[in-house]
Each structure stands twice: as C-alpha cells, then as structure tokens.
Write a protein that binds this ligand. Structure first.
Ligand SMILES: Cc1cc2nc3c(=O)[nH]c(=O)nc-3n(C[C@H](O)[C@H](O)[C@H](O)COP(=O)(O)OP(=O)(O)OC[C@H]3O[C@@H](n4cnc5c(N)ncnc54)[C@H](O)[C@@H]3O)c2cc1C
Length: 347
C-alpha cells in the first residue's frame, strides 16, 4: 500500500474540524490551519437543526456533545413585530450547544484522532490547489446584495421564553433565542443596513431589543447579558452558490451561506464535511485524482443543498417583506401548513 497523501484543511471551524476527524478515522494524514484559537465565542444561533446531526452520529461525536452539556430544543415559535405563532413542537428536535464549547471539543477530538492542528496560524497563500480544502468560513463581501449584513451574538440570563427556540422578525432584521444549559439563553441577531447609509449601527443592546412593546423587547427587558460572550460579524453575502461552479474544494460557509433564519448553516457545514470524507480519502490513497475528488464532493453538495437554498431565500424574503406586517403576517404565522412546509424544505 503506498503512503496516503496528506490533506491540508484551511479553517478549523465546524466544517474543517469535522472533515479532519472523519479523514483521521480513515488513517489519512491531515493538517488543519486555524487563524484563531479555542475556545472562543462565535456569532451563531447555537442550535443544530437538520441532517447534520446524522453526520455527528456517524462519526461518533454525539456523545461528546452530550458530555459538553448540549441540550435538546423541542419547541419553536415565530414572531413578526407584535404578532406571534403558537408554540409548536419541532418536527425533529434541535441540538443546542454554545460555539465556545462546540468548536473546542471538535478541536480536542481532532487532536486525539492524531490530526495536526496549527492554532493561531493563518493560511496566507492565494492558492487552494491540490490537496488543500477551503473551510475558512464566510467570504468577505462588504456591501453585497445592495446592503450590509451584520450579525450579533451574546449570552444572557433571565430571558423568559415561551419556546426552546424563538425567532423574532422586525424591519431591521431578526433575532433568535435558543435555550442552552443552566438557564443561559443565546441571543443572536442578523441585521441589514442599506450599503449607501453612512452612519454606524445603533448600540447592540438597542438593536437586539427591537421596538418597545413587542414580544422581543419584553423577552430582553430584564436580561443580564454576559458581555464576555458578545461577538459580531459583518461583510458577507447570503446569495447562494453552487459547488460545481467553484474550482477549489470548498465546504461549509466557504462554499455557500444559507440565511441564518433557517438555523441550518451548521448542519450544512457538518453535511458538506461528511460528503467530502470518502472522495478525499480516495484521492489520498491514489484511487482518484484531485479533480475527481473535488468534483465528486461538489456534486454531492449541490444535490443535497440546491433545493433548501432556494427555499431559504424565500423564507428570508418573508422575514423582511412589509407585506407580512399586520393581519397577513398573523395569518402566515398561524398556518400549520406553511410552518411544516418551510421547516421540511429548508433542511
Ligand atoms: C447571525 C448568524 C446566525 C447563525 N445562526 C445559526 C444557527 O442558529 N444554526 C446554524 O446551524 N447555523 C447558524 N449560523 C451559521 C453557522 O454559524 C455557520 O454556517 C457555520 O459556523 C459554518 O461553519 P464553517 O466551519 O464553514 O465556518 P466557521 O465556523 O466560520 O469556521 C471557519 C474558520 O476558518 C478560520 N479561518 C478563516 N480564514 C482563515 C485562514 N486564512 N487561515 C486559517 N484559518 C482561517 C476562522 O478563524 C474560522 O475558525 C448563523 C450564522 C450567522 C451569521
């Protein structure tokens, strides 16, 4: 048997580390370059909803999540301004764990599996050529789609929720709540501002609280924020991309971002990593060329993601359209059929 060729993964987030663990389980030499360090807070709704949970089961990570204190979210509710949906059971429970714990546990598991993890090491080559996987997260595109998107995340206590997961839409954006362990609630918002607007955004507390008198502002009225967990991101595009159109081997947000309202981004990162394991292992063992491996992983991603990306775009539009303020929004929020359809088709 020839010695397997090594794989370099740029980005030690969810996609990169999951792929690294999967390849190490097949005996492939892997190096992960990570510009940051562990543990650290990341902007994220912190619930995994969708098929990515199956990938965690297949590569034996579920138990580690449980030991790290993950919780299950079983109910969800949507709000638009002052109108709210009933609290509904989620068709499939979501797995909730802070990114502070999640990324660190994946890094630990990768090291235990014999992977080489270079922390605080930024990949500076322009080239992501043969043997190099691009898993370095969202691509910076300031002012994409005619507006600036930015995301905020902070943990808080004393946030009374009606459901394990709540999503609150407003004119400026949307804010999601997720119940984590020990009474902590993750508060995460996505906001947009026209690219032409020159003034800076409002203070983060005001943005997250939204309009006075709404269920959103009521939830946060007595919140005790953990300021050390506050983080923000900006300058990304939510326009869908096809993997087959990329010349590099990309997984996770480096491939494409799904609108966060779906709560499916982490699942897609795990799924893309899972789908890349076999093709990259075949390349490493000399059973296929790099180009065949890249195309095989890309075709699997496009097949799995195209439909949900299209539906997610539509759901994102629904969150922002003024057409759904007032009674049309209230009707949409009470439609069981719409809820079930959107849940199923965005995952
Ligand atoms: C506001 C908001 C809310 C969200 N809410 C949810 C949610 O509730 N549920 C959900 O499933 N998803 C959610 N997501 C999406 C989810 O966070 C991402 O889809 C997921 O983190 C993607 O994982 P990744 O590994 O591709 O990227 P990341 O987790 O971003 O990891 C990329 C890594 O690459 C590193 N890196 C970058 N450049 C380099 C370089 N040159 N060299 C070395 N390392 C580099 C970075 O430091 C980073 O650690 C949300 C996203 C946003 C913006």
């Amino acid at each position: 048997m020839p010695t397997p060729k090594s794989i370099t993964i740029v980005g030690g987030g969810l996609a990169g580390l999951t792929l690294g663990i999967g390849l190490r389980q097949k005996g492939i030499p892997v190096t992960v370059w990570e510009a940051g360090h562990y543990p650290r807070h990341r902007v994220c709704g912190e619930f995994i909803s969708g098929r990515g949970q199956g990938v965690l089961d297949r590569i034996g990570l579920r138990e580690s999540f449980t030991q790290a204190g993950s919780a299950l979210a079983r109910t969800g509710a949507f709000y638009l301004g002052r109108s709210g949906s009933p609290v509904r059971p989620l068709p499939t429970p979501a797995l909730c764990l802070s990114r502070f714990a999640m990324d660190a546990l994946l890094a630990e598991r990768f090291r235990q599996a014999g992977g080489e993890l270079r922390e605080n090491a930024r990949w500076r080559e322009a080239d992501f050529g043969e043997g190099v996987v691009r898993a370095n997260g969202r691509r910076r595109q300031p002012g994409a789609d005619g507006c600036r998107w930015f995301g905020l995340k902070v943990h808080a206590r004393n946030v009374p929720l009606a459901a394990d997961l709540e999503m609150h839409g407003s004119q400026a954006g949307y804010v999601g709540f997720c119940r984590l362990a020990d009474g902590v609630v993750n508060v995460c918002g996505l906001f947009r501002q026209p690219a032409s607007r020159a003034d800076g955004p409002q203070p983060w507390r005001d943005l997250l609280r939204g309009q006075p008198g709404t269920p959103l502002s009521e939830r946060l009225a007595g919140a005790a924020f953990d300021e050390s967990s506050f983080c923000s991101v900006a300058g990304f595009s939510l326009r869908p991309h096809r993997a087959a159109a990329r010349t590099e081997c990309c997984i996770g947000d480096a491939l494409t971002m799904i609108p966060p309202v779906t709560g499916n981004g982490m699942s897609m990162a795990f799924e893309a990593a899972g789908m890349a394991i076999e093709p990259l292992a075949a390349y490493s063992r000399g059973a296929s060329s790099w180009s065949q491996a890249q195309q095989s992983a890309a075709a699997a991603c496009d097949c799995a993601f195209a439909r949900r990306l299209a539906w997610a775009r539509w759901l994102q539009w629904l969150m922002f359209t003024p057409l759904l303020r007032g009674w049309p929004g209230s009707m949409a929020l009470h439609s069981e059929l719409l809820w079930r359809t959107l849940f199923a088709w965005t995952r």
